[in-house]
Design a protein around this ligand. Structure first.
Ligand code: GLU
Length: 450
């Protein structure tokens, strides 16, 4: 970055920090974006004089509400609900709901911001939003979760709609929660519309939506490897997390002949030196999706080691897939990964790597697929769920998997177009930031001052 660009980024970020005090995740996401987009704008007169960076860092609106619900003991509980409607420049607000005790305005603003550019990259007509609550589903009974979801939707319903804002799942919000939320929406508005995605297959859901984020992350890594005349077969892979993104990334790795050896949860990680196979994965799916157990139970069942309180990044590998949560890889862990032979990282989780880790990947010029490109497969299939709901038809698994693969290829090509630094190196973060920004910026410019 030249001096003039560095000064414009600094000046812009000073304003962002001033306007969003204490919101460190939001400042981090904007900072990552500004370092690529501001120099691009400085070089392209057609994007100047519209104050696009400032317009795109002020969400269209933020809705915050109280969620009161009754627990199994009859006690009244209160949580905070949010929906950040970041931008509907290129389509209705679209993005997941996260139920986790760590949820804050800063986290949801960062997620909604990233979602806008991720959704733009998919090529589908979707704006960006995100919502959720500090409600902790862990340890709650099914009925408590149902009552919470119904109460949450009793406020949210007035702000969403199939052409306005279409929420979906994220951490802590899976098929069960989406079903409760959809059931309550339908009851309140007396309409059956595609207002949520990730629905059950019998009421408007799409095939491969559950698998899409994880599968898409692996497709994106395969595209990056192919661009370097390599492939994924035989590669030892670290996966973190054990939610649907991690489990289906693992499934695709197994199907494509790679060797995934780790998974984790907030208590620690398991390392299976022989790698997971389809039988072990079936056991893991039952553990996480049906029994809602902890990942440590795998270590007991299969006689492998469980590393309490640790993340998997010190295990030697060829490829790493952070699929748990934001900022799960720092600079030191990134250095360890590279020293141990890692040649590529693709993020299934949003902002899985912190700013220090990204600097390390960039310096070492390893393959780095940032979340907004690498994990866009989930929301892409959500977009296809919206299409299927609109035309009142369902596509087959095969058709949807084909669409998903094509969309990930296309995102990869866009990153190469805007992120190629030399004959041998693509900066995928830069490519994703600029390609994602351009489409939204073109729409904003066309609308005039909005
Ligand atoms: N929460 C997912 C994401 O981060 C999916 C959102 C959606 O399907 O709308 O992209």
């Amino acid at each position: 970055m030249n001096d003039q660009d560095a000064r414009s980024v600094q000046k812009f970020m000073d304003g962002v920090v001033l306007r969003n005090p204490g919101e460190k995740e939001y400042q981090q996401a904007v900072g990552e974006f500004a370092c690529d987009v501001i120099p691009f704008v400085n070089e392209h007169p057609e994007y100047q004089n519209h104050n696009l960076s400032e317009r795109l860092t002020e969400p269209d609106r933020v809705i915050i509400f109280r969620v009161s619900w009754e627990d199994d003991q009859g006690k009244v509980r209160v949580n905070r609900g949010y929906r950040v409607q970041h931008s509907n420049a290129i389509g209705p607000y679209k993005g997941g709901l996260r139920f986790h005790p760590s949820v804050s305005l800063s986290i949801l603003k960062f997620l909604a911001f990233e979602q806008t550019f991720k959704n733009s990259l998919t090529g589908l007509p979707m704006g960006g939003g995100k919502g959720g609550s500090n409600f902790n589903p862990k340890g709650k009974s099914d009925r408590e979760i149902m009552r919470f979801c119904q109460s949450f939707m009793s406020e949210l319903y007035r702000h969403i709609g199939s052409h306005t804002d279409v929420p979906a799942g994220d951490i802590g919000v899976g098929g069960t929660e989406i079903s409760y939320l959809f059931g309550q929406y339908k009851r309140l508005v007396n309409q059956f519309t595609g207002v949520l995605t990730g629905k059950g297959l019998s009421f408007g859901g799409s095939a491969i939506r559950v698998e899409a984020t994880g599968y898409g992350t692996i497709y994106f890594m395969e595209d990056m490897l192919k661009h370097k005349a390599q492939n994924i077969e035989g590669k030892t892979c670290l996966v973190s997390g054990s939610g649907n993104v991690a489990l289906y990334a693992t499934e695709k790795l197994i199907q494509h002949g790679a060797k995934p050896v780790t998974l984790s949860d907030s208590s620690g990680f398991i390392f299976d030196p022989d790698g997971f196979d389809m039988d072990k994965l079936a056991w893991l799916k039952d553990l996480k999706e049906v029994r809602k157990g902890r990942i440590a139970e795998y270590a007991k069942e299969y006689g492998v080691e469980f590393f309490a309180g640790q993340r998997p990044w010190s295990t030697p590998c060829d490829l790493a897939f952070p699929c748990a949560t934001q900022n799960e890889v720092n600079a030191e862990q990134a250095r360890t990964l590279i020293e141990n032979g890692c040649i590529g990282v693709a993020e299934g989780s949003n902002m899985g790597s912190d700013a220090g880790a990204i600097a390390v990947y960039r310096e070492a010029k390893i393959l780095y697929g940032p979340a907004k490109a690498a994990n866009a497969g989930g929301v892409a299939v959500s977009g296809l769920e919206m299409t299927q709901n609109s035309i009142r038809m369902s596509w087959t698994r095969k058709e949807l998997n084909q669409h998903l693969g094509d969309i990930m290829n296309n995102i990869h090509e866009r990153c190469v177009e805007y992120g190629t630094e030399s004959a041998t190196h693509v900066d995928y973060l830069k490519g994703a930031n600029i390609a994602g920004f351009k489409k939204v910026a073109d729409a904003l410019i066309a609308y005039g001052v909005v």
